[in-house]
Design a protein around this ligand. Structure first.
Ligand SMILES: C[S@@+](CC[C@H](N)C(=O)[O-])C[C@H]1O[C@@H](n2cnc3c(N)ncnc32)[C@H](O)[C@@H]1O
Length: 253
């Protein structure tokens, strides 16, 4: 389905509840224009051990990182819980392996594998249940060989996080414009938040428009909480790197 199909689907049945990742094409259309996915390759290369041959990506989504590193290592595996995003990822890679699994329940060790490097490019915010971060840290640990590296990036829960924000991002191609309106509120002292999104999708070629509202429940983690979860899981070292761009978390088994 392209964006014209998304518009048609929304217009045909406007009142059905929609998930944030409902339409992989819409997600990728938007994200590929606001997120620098080449920087994800740089992040992996910066923290992977020398001579890395086996790379695992948790929360690979529609495969923007996998598509960039496909064939660059002996083995590349992507794990995601969303079958629709994985289907799009499948079309973008030729040698990488895709696994449909919940990364709070699954580790590569379950399948007798370990990796030199593992990454999570933007998925920490999904770990909303208490204990989910700890479970994920254990699975990341078990998925790595001794000395293996884990890397992710995140927005830390800090004084700088406003309780209440409103944002509008507009992206476009020759044919389509997508406006994404987002209103967020913190809903717990431990960093839970709810964002209400409104996507307005315009097809200039057909002079059509459709709207999609959806609600996303996420969580910010304090840097200390993250370090504690990974140290408790057994990681030898944990580091936070602040600089230009998002805050990076790196742990070594
Ligand atoms: C913010 S998206 C990032 C996707 C991709 N890495 C990218 O850069 O576009 C987070 C991804 O994590 C996946 N995810 C969230 N919770 C998960 C879980 N418990 N197990 C497996 N995948 C999960 C979602 O389906 C989504 O694809």
């Amino acid at each position: 389905m392209e964006l014209d199909g998304v518009i048609r689907d929304l217009r045909e049945d406007p009142h059905r509840q929609r998930e944030f990742y409902e339409y992989p094409e819409l997600y990728e259309f938007f994200q590929s224009r606001v997120v620098d996915r080449d920087a994800q390759v740089g992040l992996l290369e910066r923290f992977e051990p020398a001579d890395t041959e086996r790379v695992l990506e948790f929360g690979c989504g529609a495969g923007p990182l996998l598509a960039r590193i496909d064939g660059e290592y002996d083995e590349v595996v992507g794990v995601d819980a969303n079958p629709d995003l994985l289907e799009m990822a499948e079309r973008r890679v030729s040698t990488a392996t895709l696994v449909e699994a919940d990364f709070t329940d699954w580790s590569a060790a379950d399948e007798g594998q370990t990796f030199d490097a593992a990454a999570l490019m933007g998925g920490l915010l999904h770990l909303t249940d208490d204990g989910a971060l700890d479970a994920f840290a254990v699975n990341a640990y078990e998925s790595l060989r001794p000395g293996g590296a884990f890397v992710t990036f995140f927005e830390p829960l800090s004084e700088a996080v406003d309780n209440g924000s409103r944002e509008l991002h507009t992206v476009e191609s020759d044919r389509y414009t997508v406006e994404r309106h987002a209103t967020s509120a913190i809903t717990s002292p431990s960093g839970h938040y709810t964002t209400t999104y409104l996507f307005v999708i315009t097809d200039e070629a057909r002079d059509e428009e459709a709207r999609m509202g959806t609600v996303f429940h996420g969580r910010f983690f304090a840097a200390g909480r993250l370090r504690e979860a990974f140290a408790d899981a057994g990681f030898e070292t944990t580091e936070i790197h602040e600089g230009a761009g998002p805050t990076v978390f790196h742990a070594r088994r």
